[in-house]
Design a protein around this ligand. Structure first.
Ligand code: GRF
Length: 218
């Protein structure tokens, strides 16, 4: 097997997507390993979870920095020191400037809880319900400077139910996120998904089965 890709995860909070990625990496045949978890919030519960899994953690409180650039310089330094190949943002609540995004261009993924390009940004589920959509879902994409844009690697759809609240929809989408992120990272880390300009092309077999997955349809 070729060397597993070394992955750094950026979090700001709970870290349930981080946990899904950590669990996926426990399979020795999975093409990636998590080598570092970095949080911009010292109180992020995900830091404890990662530490319990024996993964190196770094707290980098953005409030301790006078500029975004200074914060990102340290972030970049920590990722490079850990010899990271791929960065996965997982509930990381900081916008990144062009310098950082360009340095990690096509090597940084993010997960967003909507079917992009719909409902970028915050309050996703409330806005989806207000719009009356009948399907929602989640998207894993490569990161670009504009928030929640970038080449889409994979998406999963879930139904919107008549009595949904933002919380019930969020929970259904989150369950799909936990399947989608490991799937998308596997595609990227194995080289089955490749960026071509602003699109992701998938190897032939994946094109048949896989950019769309639905945990509800099996
Ligand atoms: C997820 O819904 C993710 O899509 C969004 O923020 C939430 C983070 O949850 N960007 P967790 O920290 O991974 O549990």
């Amino acid at each position: 097997m070729t060397a597993r890709k070394r992955v750094g995860i950026l979090i700001s909070g709970r870290g349930s997507n981080m946990s899904a990625l950590i669990d996926a990496c426990k399979d020795p045949s999975y093409p990636a390993e998590i080598v570092i978890v970095i949080s911009n919030r010292p109180d992020a519960p995900g830091l404890q979870t990662a530490a319990k899994e024996g993964i190196a953690t770094v707290t980098m409180d953005h409030k301790a920095y006078s500029t975004r650039e200074a914060f990102e310089k340290d972030l970049d330094g920590a990722l490079r020191a850990a010899k990271v190949d791929l960065v996965c943002s997982a509930g990381f609540m900081r916008l990144l400037t062009e310098g950082f995004v360009d340095a990690w261009r096509n090597r940084q993924l993010n997960i967003h809880p909507s079917l992009l390009p719909a409902f970028k940004g915050l309050d996703t589920h409330k806005r989806a319900l207000d719009a009356g959509v009948k399907l929602s879902g989640c998207t894993v994409h490569f990161v670009r400077t504009e928030m929640d844009t970038g080449p889409i690697v994979a998406q999963a759809a879930v139904p919107v139910l008549v009595d949904d609240t933002p919380d019930t929809l969020a929970a259904r989408v989150l369950a799909a996120e936990h399947k989608l992120y490991p799937y998308a990272l596997e595609l990227v880390a194995s080289g089955k998904a490749r960026v071509d300009g602003e699109r992701v092309n998938l190897a032939e077999k994946q094109a048949v089965h896989g950019a769309y997955i639905s945990p509800y349809l099996g």
